[in-house]
Design a protein around this ligand. Sequence first.
Ligand SMILES: Nc1ncnc2c1ncn2[C@@H]1O[C@H](COP(=O)(O)OP(=O)(O)OP(=O)(O)O)[C@@H](O)[C@H]1O
Ligand SMILES: Nc1ccn([C@H]2C[C@H](O)[C@@H](COP(=O)(O)O)O2)c(=O)n1
Length: 238
Amino acid sequence: MVVVAIDGPSGSGKSSVSKAVARRLGLAYLDTGAMYRAATVWCLDRGEDLTDQHAVAHAVRVMPLVMGLDPAAPGVELDGRDVAAAIRTTEVTAAVSAVATNLDVRSELRRRQRQIIEAEREGGFAGGRGIVAEGRDITTVVAPDADARVLLTANEEARLRRRSLEVHGAADATAVEATKDQVLRRDRDDATVSQFHVAADGVVTVDSSELDFDQTVAAVLDVVAQVTGREAARAPRA
Ligand SMILES: Nc1ncnc2c1ncn2[C@@H]1O[C@H](COP(=O)(O)OP(=O)(O)OP(=O)(O)O)[C@@H](O)[C@H]1O
Ligand SMILES: Nc1ccn([C@H]2C[C@H](O)[C@@H](COP(=O)(O)O)O2)c(=O)n1
């Protein structure tokens, strides 16, 4: 059983790179950001005032959330409803930090995240081989004892360009400006409760600013291979 923990700021490539690493190694994949996004959808659908910390925390404690762990198709279900698309809307992206900075929400979702990681030990999605979990506090709080811990970073310019290309299909000045709230403002808010800009002790930094996607995946696979001694984790260089 191998646990790979990956943190980093918005647009650094955590989700796409973690999925590719999990697929390559035959591991399960847990997108913890999707859990905070699902909690936001749940609260908005129930008409909760997101500034009411107590009401939001209560709603999240009773939230019937099921996370799919297949890196090829990681589903998110709320009360039996597929919300994989609903959690990615601009409205949810703009609102999610209000839920993710609620400390009681964090405590509940961290408990569920640890439970999911533990369940992988018993067999779970990947038959006990392990899991790649990514977010903002996985290397430091959720799974500080993970076998491999990576802080995936990229400079601000690269992160804005990537997100802008993804959302607007362009990276000109107007498109980049329209992306700033999703990336920079959100990081500022999220950084009030998690440390994901600087690697904690024992966490390996992979800076993808000058790497393309395949090179970044190869760099993370290298870290996993070094830490776990698994030759199979080494990817062919791009
Ligand atoms: N090394 C890379 N080079 C170029 N593009 C990349 C690289 N890594 C990721 N990308 C692209 O950047 C975009 C953002 O990546 P991704 O969604 O994985 O980031 P993230 O860190 O999970 O962001 P968030 O936390 O905001 O969800 C995607 O379109 C992805 O394909
Ligand atoms: N472990 C985590 C994961 C995510 N968050 C917050 C930060 C984001 O604003 C939000 C959605 O994450 P994304 O899908 O954009 O990676 O959830 C967090 O605080 N801790």
